[in-house]
Design a protein around this ligand. Sequence first.
Ligand code: 7RM
Length: 631
Amino acid sequence: MKLTSKAAYQEAWAEALNSPEAFWDKVAKEYSWHKPWDKVCSGDFNSLDIKWFEGASLNITENCLDRHLETRGDKTAIIWEANDPNEKEICLTYKELHADVCRFSNVLKDQGVQKGDRVVFYMSMVPELLTGVLACARIGAIHSVVFGGFSAQALAGRVNDCEAKIVVTCDEAFRGGKTIALKAITDEALESCPGVEKVLVRERTGAKVTYKEGRDHKLMELLKDASTTCEPTEMNAEDPLFILYTSGSTGTPKGLMHTTAGYMVWAGFTFENVFQMEENDTYWCSADIGWITGHSYITYGPLLKGATTLMFEGVPTYPAADRFWDVIDKYKVTHFYTAPTAIRALMACDIELVRKHDLSSLKVLGSVGEPINEEAWEWYHKEVGKERCPIVDTWWQTETGGIMISSLAGVTESVPAHATLPMPGIQPLLVDAEGKEVSGSPAEGNLCIEKPWPGIARTIWGNHDRYKETYFTTYPGRYFTGDGAKRDSESRYRITGRVDDVINVSGHRIGTAEVEDAINEHENIIESAVVGFPHEIKGQGIYAYVICQDSSKIEGENIQKELNAHITKMIGPIAKADCVQVVSGLPKTRSGKIMRRILRKIAAKDTGDLGDISTLLNPEVVDEIKKGAGL
Ligand code: 7RM
């Protein structure tokens, strides 16, 4: 259902609110199903047994691939652009992609993978990551992609949590001018993963890596000999499709589980309506498939809608800071979707790097992952979109499966730094700290969602209580996003950022508790408190306050280096602290809770009022910390 006018959007939003069953019934009928549903939706945010299209059966890859063969078989499905601009690209038509996915499906089956088994992918952005994910979906295995920037320990934690039987990796990854030793990291991780029986290695750099007899196999050799036909496995609507780990305020990363039919309908519907592509357009989302954006808007969304989707192995600054513009020019990209952090980084470079490229193919620009500031929005609009292209600022989360609040390109209005309007099926509401709804407009509050939508994650893998506790307990009966938002006088939303203990560094979600755990592992650290602070390029940076056992052992900046080495080992380089301050104590309430509000203000170099500190157990540390921060 493509909504192509503002009136059609408004009508759809109202219909999805008033007659959700009739509305989603219509949307879902656009796809191929083996068996139709008995009931469109059931369950709510109290019972938490949410189901969509119950009774139906399908295979999502038939909808991504087979369904297009007759009408678009020879159309390019994916364009793969290598890290090195001199390496030849790979283009696969829908027919070829279909054949490759079947090959991969047969390899997985040969390796003993069965319906319901978990397969972890720890790869760089090679075509086999995309075909591998789809191959899992084709045979009913559950994929869990772990971003290639995570450490061995982080990988092991995820592999064990979902009890994966098989890991697919690369010998090494190319990333800009560097390589990442993915297989060596996998080997280290698997020392503590006894459940893994097989490892498939996609050779990429040709580096010498060790192969463990019986366990490890060369993926490309297996694929070469595999058959190009594989019957899709019939899946129930609520069978799991994938697990994706993401960080929260507390504890270890959570494995959000998405199911088949609802996710499919949501990914397809949001992709079609937000981006408004035409048949011969070329779409590029610069995310990594290791994040939800790469699942929904490189892989499933575009393929469900028969689009041409570009997959990029490299980074925006290699070999130079005009790589994005070069790729857009090379493939005449019409729809470009990236993160504010990339925009801000490229904005800081010589403007000629943008202006020298022909970007006239562009029609629509997208933003995702973190709030986009006005300055970055204006620059993106003017220098990249030449003031011709609508910008869709898409707010959503790993948990939501797809875009929740966004303008529809060229259909509803774009407003600088505003995500604007909810998708049909989404009822946002703002609540105050007491959980009371803040009605009317303009307003500001914590962002909740009133009712289930097809794409919501159904549970946290292996821990339904944690799912309930994390998202539905703060405001009972509602889904709490963890974000704060403002609503303007025309009921358009502007997301202001996380209101919990999650830091958004360059669009990556990092839990302060995870970073603290890593820091506390250091033998010289007694206690630590980690907060985010405003960072010009990354959006937020990581600021760590630490109490040392023996401060005489601290030599200048060594402490930061040492702690970052711990963080890199336990989580990965993306969670490194930008600033470490040694303190003698942390401000605590009488009940022993760290007053992060104060620490956040100091980290932000906010010299204003710190609020009431009289209730602190140890108000004297505040002055010391301020001094130490140079305030
Ligand atoms: C898609 C994704 C989710 C968190 C979310 C927000 C932040 C994402 C926007 C945004 C402002 C946006 N999933 N966020 N998009 N904030 N405007 N358009 O990023 O699970 O990795 O992160 O990201 O805080 O809660 S995620």
